[in-house]
Design a binder for this molecule. Structure first.
Ligand SMILES: [Zn+2]
Length: 316
């Protein structure tokens, strides 16, 4: 179907084991509250990166931030951030939220994002009418923002989603020193946000009985399950990379269960993908049950939305 939400380009950067080790060391030092030493290690990794690359830019920002942290409170290392906000008393959480969301707001108004998003909406509006078109584009935006927010909350750099009319969207980010498990969870954050969007459409349909909301709930849920097929560079494909043999078998059982319970063919595709991943030679050394629970929980939640949404004809 048109608009298959391929989310293929979580551009993992090619980097050496050495860079990985350095960033791990630097992060450990930061966690231990030793910004001076962490800054030194980050600076060392800079010499190995092309100066105009995204990673280099990110590391330079990191170094600058650590410098600032040191300069501001030389004796107060390890104190909580935003000490200034405490003076605001009950308003402090709002002030901190504003300080943190400034970057997000600025990012939202980036031109490339705006331009690509509006041409994306325009195509769906032409194809499906304005209400369904805008709704579908917004629900895909919400899916992408799920990835974006999860990347940001881990302190990793990311760019706002880019939309490819008729194809889907992606978030560009920097996977320097990120584990398979973290990549898996960042990948699942998109379908999680997508499920919230689809479930909200279903609730609105429950109140308004406007067919367009049922159509949006169903389309949104199908697109997000589609992204959970554990193959290629789909969200599910990246999440499954963190799963071992036993977890992949459990994923297969869950997908088959969802298929038998709902008779939605899309779950059969998830099961087929899981069978394929039983035989690929990319299993990690470590088990990752939390990713499996997250994954299966999403399939179940999306299955419930599909099950509860009536199939309507000509739902505009
Ligand atoms: Zn995605």
């Amino acid at each position: 179907m048109l608009g298959a939400l391929a989310c293929p380009e979580c551009h993992t950067l090619v980097h050496g084991a050495e860079l990985n080790a350095l960033s791990r060391d630097a992060k450990a030092l930061e966690a231990k509250g030793q910004p001076a030493q962490a800054r030194e290690v980050w600076s060392r990794s800079l010499t190995m990166l092309p100066p105009d690359s995204k990673q280099a830019e990110w590391v330079r920002d990191r170094v600058r931030a650590l410098e600032l942290a040191q300069a501001a409170t030389p004796e107060a290392q390890g104190k909580p951030q935003h000490a200034w906000a405490r003076r605001l008393g009950p308003l402090a959480p709002i002030a901190i939220l504003l300080a943190k969301s400034k970057g997000l707001l600025l990012a939202v108004f980036k031109l490339k994002f705006l331009f690509s998003f509006f041409s994306f909406i325009a195509l769906y509006v032409v194809l499906f009418g304005w209400r369904f078109g805008v709704g579908l584009a917004v629900s895909i935006l919400i899916h992408e923002m799920g990835h974006f927010i999860d990347i940001k909350r881990r302190g990793l750099p990311a760019e706002m989603p880019v939309f490819l009319p008729g194809l889907g969207a992606y978030v560009k980010w920097n996977a320097l020193g990120v584990t398979k498990k973290q990549i898996a969870q960042i990948s699942l954050a998109g379908p999680l946000a997508g499920w919230i969007a689809a479930a909200s459409c279903l609730v609105i349909y429950g109140y308004t009985h406007e067919p367009v909301w049922a159509a949006l709930a169903r389309t949104g849920a199908v697109l997000n399950v589609l992204n959970l097929i554990p193959v290629w560079m789909l969200d599910g494909g990246k999440a499954a990379s963190s799963l071992g043999m036993v977890e992949r078998s459990a994923l297969l059982a869950a997908a088959l269960g969802a298929w038998l319970l709902t008779w939605e063919p899309i779950f059969f595709l998830v099961a087929a993908g899981a069978v394929y991943r039983l035989f690929t030679k990319d299993k990690p050394a470590r088990e990752d049950w939390s990713t499996l629970v997250y994954y299966v929980g999403l399939l179940a939640a999306l299955g419930m939305v599909l099950h509860a949404t009536p199939v309507l004809r000509g739902g505009r």
